[in-house]
Design a protein around this ligand. Sequence first.
Ligand code: PLP
Length: 286
Amino acid sequence: MSRIAYVNGRYRPHAHAAVHIEDRGYQFADGVYEVVLVHRGHMVDEEGHLDRLDRSLGEIRITPPMARAPMRAVMREVLRRNRIQNGFIYIQITRGVARRDHPFPKAVKPALVMTARTIKPFDLQAARTGVDAITIPDIRWKRCDIKTVGLLPNVLGKQRAREAGAYEAWMVDETGFVTEGTSSNAWIVTRDGDLLTRNLSGAILGGITRRAILDLAHAANVRFVERAFTVAEAKAAREAFVTSASSLVKPVVRIDGQSIGNGHIGEITERLLCLYAAHMDEAAKP
Ligand code: PLP
């Protein structure tokens, strides 16, 4: 079956879907995006993603191209046309098409694109498998809380991870504290059993999965602290993991080649992974 993309009001075969060469997303990375997980035909944390999309748009002063209800309808139609049961929906909104010039163009309509793709159904056993992370300097700007399509430092960082045989690169600020992964939030469990993830600020993206995990941890009486931690603390940690809509809760069992814990998924990570799996199932309930 051929894939279908939504482009500014039309459903097009994916292979022929295109935007104008003067789209400001292409020219200036002047746009924002979202990636929403689809589990058994249902979106996970849909409202959280749409809230963050609105926030990102507001921060860069783009008017939403459509209201929430039609947006939800288009998302469902993209999933339906692509017959997605397990996968992702990608939503991108840019400031629109205009002659290349830095200031905001007048009277330009924002451009909205959506695509979707299928992934393998969630497999708890496979999800338990640990991965490697490396650490790299965080060379990004000071508004990482905005989910912009300007991802070059993240792309370069992820490539470094791949070339080092690692799954993710944890970015480190100038004072030695981990900010986040190139496409995920970073977490550790300290020797004292404290679950840590960096507090919200312009230094990180407020992950929707991060929020869900904090809520699940709170409900399950798992103690946590939202604060920055150093690379040294991470390497001395009992457990480490990353979260994102695509990685879910992924155990990190080595950082820069150094084993974390016993090299397998830790107790708290396991608990949070199971809670998150139940949260996904909850979203998929008819
Ligand atoms: N941090 C960065 C830089 C990301 O790109 C992402 C996701 O793509 C995340 C964190 C995790 O966000 P979410 O849980 O909403 O997928």
